[in-house]
Design a protein around this ligand. Structure first.
Ligand code: UD1
Ligand code: UDP
Length: 375
């Protein structure tokens, strides 16, 4: 087979985390010439990950603007990606997940009849507004993609039920576990890099690590989430919260207004991936609305309480390693209390089994792409 040009397109932090191992596997395969295009829908958060994994994009559209709308991102990606596709003419494009970068890039490829491989395909909630706009982005990407890399059998079934041909769907595991395993063993000293976190951890016994940023929760649900965090540290004097606040202005303002003055809540800027994974290992439990954190934490044996009304990652709930607790103040507080007060209930969630992947997804994806060109 002649060398094929594969373009990997990414734009946000989670895409970079989940595509870093795929880029590495592609670059280790001499059948492929890999070109990386960053839309830079995110800036600092994306750059943190690219730097860690030594990825220097061949193209950087630099589209992020402060408090951008979904439409801003869609238009900039569609036009910017379209221009580069026309110049580079890749044989195959890889996108990952459910962001606007993914949907707009898949559409740009479709317009130029370039085949798209969609990594992490097939996750569904059945509610187009939850998560918003990700559920729609992911469905639209499925319509446009040529090859579907489903992380689990459940995700593959969702695609089959939508009429996608079985031979185009491959169950690979989620590449986030590949990424996690590649950094989890890196020796790490908090006292050198993050003195504020190191000092804070000395003042508490049990750490709740929090992330929250979903658009569908902006407004009252996000306020309730913050109020729940305050209630928890006021009820338990051995518990502290570290919350790396997502830089979306809608999140920052409320988080600092409601949580900025509590001595047992530490608000920090987004943490680099290695530090965040290190803190995850240190945490008693995770309170999150993030997709990636739901998938990673089970590998580290940490219970996850999901602050959302719906999740497209049902497998964690079925395996008993994550729980959906909603976004109401009362619902979050009572779910956290249940785990803080009840050692046996906590232990039930600590299995070390991860239904999302085994750390070998990227190799599978690259060999499926090889087969695609041989057929
Ligand atoms: C985006 C994705 C979401 C994903 C999340 C991961 C869409 C519509 N949303 O949400 O699916 O779960 O990324 O984090 O695709 N900002 C910065 N620096 C950064 C990143 C963001 O300052 O590095 C601020 C900017 O003001 C930006 C705003 O956050 O305008 C929103 O960024 P955007 O990518 O539109 O949405 P997210 O909420 O980050
Ligand atoms: N993460 C990180 N630093 C942080 C918080 C999260 O590196 O301060 C990582 C986390 O381990 C996971 C990814 O970012 O791999 C999740 O990104 P995010 O929550 O922004 O997006 P989602 O997964 O919800 O799309």
């Amino acid at each position: 087979m002649s060398v094929k040009k594969i373009m990997v397109i990414l734009g946000t932090r989670p895409e970079a985390v989940k595509l870093a191992p795929v880029i590495s596997a592609l670059r280790n395969n001499s059948d492929f010439h890999t070109v990386v295009l960053s839309t830079a829908q995110h800036r600092q958060m994306l750059d943190q990950v690219l730097e860690l994994f030594g990825i220097v994009p061949d193209y950087d559209l630099n589209i992020m603007t402060a408090n951008q709308t979904i439409a801003d991102v869609t238009v900039s990606c569609l036009q910017g990606v379209g221009r580069i596709l026309a110049d580079e003419k890749p044989d195959f494009v890889i996108v990952q997940g459910d962001t606007t970068t993914v949907f707009a890039s898949a559409l740009a490829c479709f317009y130029q009849r370039i085949p798209v491989g969609h990594v992490e395909a097939g996750l569904r909630t059945a509610d187009i507004y939850s998560p918003y706009p990700e559920e729609a982005n992911r469905r639209l990407a499925s319509v446009l993609a040529t090859v579907h890399f489903a992380p689990t059998a459940w995700a593959a079934d969702n695609l089959k039920h939508e009429g996608i041909a079985t031979e185009k769907i491959h169950v690979t595991g989620n590449t986030v576990i590949d990424a996690l395993l590649s950094v989890a063993g890196i020796p790490f000293d908090l006292s050198e890099k993050h003195v504020n976190i190191f000092t804070f951890l000395k003042t508490i016994n049990r750490l709740l690590l929090v992330t929250a940023h979903r658009r569908e929760s902006f407004g009252d649900p996000f306020r309730e989430m913050c109020e729940a965090m305050r209630d928890i540290v006021r009820t338990y004097d051995d518990v502290g919260i570290i919350y790396p606040v997502h830089p979306n202005p809608n999140v920052i303002a409320t988080a600092h207004e409601l949580l900025g003055n509590d001595p047992r809540i530490l608000l920090v800027e987004p943490l680099d991936y290695v530090t965040f994974i290190h803190l995850m290992k240190h945490a008693h439990l995770l309170l999150t609305d993030s997709g990636g954190v739901q998938e990673e934490a089970p590998s580290l044996g940490k219970p996850v309480l999901i602050m959302r009304e719906k999740t497209e990652r049902q497998e964690g709930i079925e395996a008993g390693v994550t729980r959906l607790v909603g976004t109401s103040r009362q619902g979050i507080v009572s779910a956290v209390k249940q785990l803080l007060d009840n050692v046996n209930d906590y232990k039930v969630m600590v299995t070390g089994n991860n239904p999302f992947g085994d750390g070998k997804a990227s190799g599978r994806i690259v060999s499926i792409i090889s087969d695609y060109f041989r057929e």
